[in-house]
Design a protein around this ligand. Structure first.
Ligand code: NAD
Length: 286
């Protein structure tokens, strides 16, 4: 392995410490309402870590757990109640929802100023137009890792593999806002390897274990691996790290790269939402 490893565990810890200092300076502690519907075990684990980190940073834990059989109307009423509650700075609806519920309809009830997951149509629209707003957490974590590593984005060719609402699309928008030249690849892209090889910065969020091998990476490129998969031999990402590590200039490990950044950015968004002018705090150039 010759690539420099970009340590997300360390950066996430620094961001959380910074958030705790920002929280201490606010007149009132911010409140984060995580909403978990049902008993999906993976979701329960994610929500538990979000709540734990939020309490550690001095943010009030205003968690709501609703039964799996809750109706769309009942769930909507809870979101509306949180939206109207001044103690709630941010609302996070944990996905996936039980199949009888419509996730988009519930997410879009969250007011943009409390949308700490950045997933409402209003937040996505603001991002697409380059207007200030709260941004999705994992994509923000990707940008924070690139910035912390001192990777120049202006004029660089950034290739994003994946176009999901959660990761690929918002990452591409954030890179564009930072004046990178952005190419977005997806499952129908022809000759993925050749396109990826043209990247100075390659962000992979395809959800396919070890999709990206050394032939898809230009020597010295920076590679950010968003994927995370549990295999018989442990965790791995969307990048074949053992082999890509000999070609890339810098690489995020899995685990310990993008993963820890997501919650750190959620905390940062919650503080930004609580501050009087949240939108100015996280704005960007057009
Ligand atoms: P998704 O399944 O919603 O989207 C995957 C995208 O990749 C799609 O746009 C699809 O077109 C594209 N794709 C799939 N196969 C491809 C192929 N062979 N070639 C090119 N493109 C292909 O997934 P997602 O929610 O964006 O998540 C992607 C990965 O990131 C998953 O492994 C997920 O577990 C992980 N993830 C990690 C974090 C974190 O905090 N670290 C957060 C979110 C997602």
């Amino acid at each position: 392995m010759t690539a420099r490893l970009l340590d997300g565990t360390d950066l996430a810890r620094r961001v959380r410490e910074e958030v705790a200092r920002d929280v201490a300076r606010l007149p009132e502690p911010p409140g984060l309402a995580t909403v978990l519907i049902g008993d999906d075990p993976a979701s329960a684990v994610y929500v538990r870590s979000k709540r734990k980190r939020c309490v550690e940073a001095g943010i009030r834990d205003l968690h709501r757990h609703l039964p799996a059989h809750v109706t769309q109307g009942e769930a909507a009423a809870v979101v509306d109640e949180l939206a109207a509650d001044p103690a709630v700075s941010g609302i996070l609806l944990q996905l996936p929802l039980p199949p009888h519920l419509d996730p988009a309809a519930l997410i879009n009830r969250i007011p943009a100023e409390k949308d700490v997951d950045g997933l409402t149509e209003a937040s996505a629209g603001r991002l697409a137009l380059g207007r200030p707003g709260l941004r999705p957490c994992t994509p923000q974590g990707v940008l924070a890792l690139l910035d912390d590593a001192g990777v120049a984005l202006q004029g660089a060719h950034a290739v994003v593999v994946g176009r999901s609402d959660l990761v690929g699309r918002p990452v591409a928008q954030l890179l564009l806002q930072r004046d990178a030249t952005v190419t977005v690849c997806h499952s129908r892209t022809r000759d993925l390897e050749a396109v990826c090889r043209t990247a100075d910065v390659l962000v992979v969020a395809a959800g396919v274990p070890r999709l990206i091998g050394p032939d898809a990476v230009a020597p010295g490129a920076t590679v950010i691996d968003v994927g995370i998969h549990r295999t018989g031999s442990g965790l791995c990402g969307d990048v074949d790290a053992d082999r890509v590590g000999h070609v890339a200039g810098a690489l995020t490990p899995v685990p310990g790269g993008v993963g820890p950044m997501t919650i750190a950015m959620l905390l940062r968004n919650t503080v930004a939402a609580a501050a009087a002018a949240p939108l100015a705090a996280v704005g960007g150039a057009r």
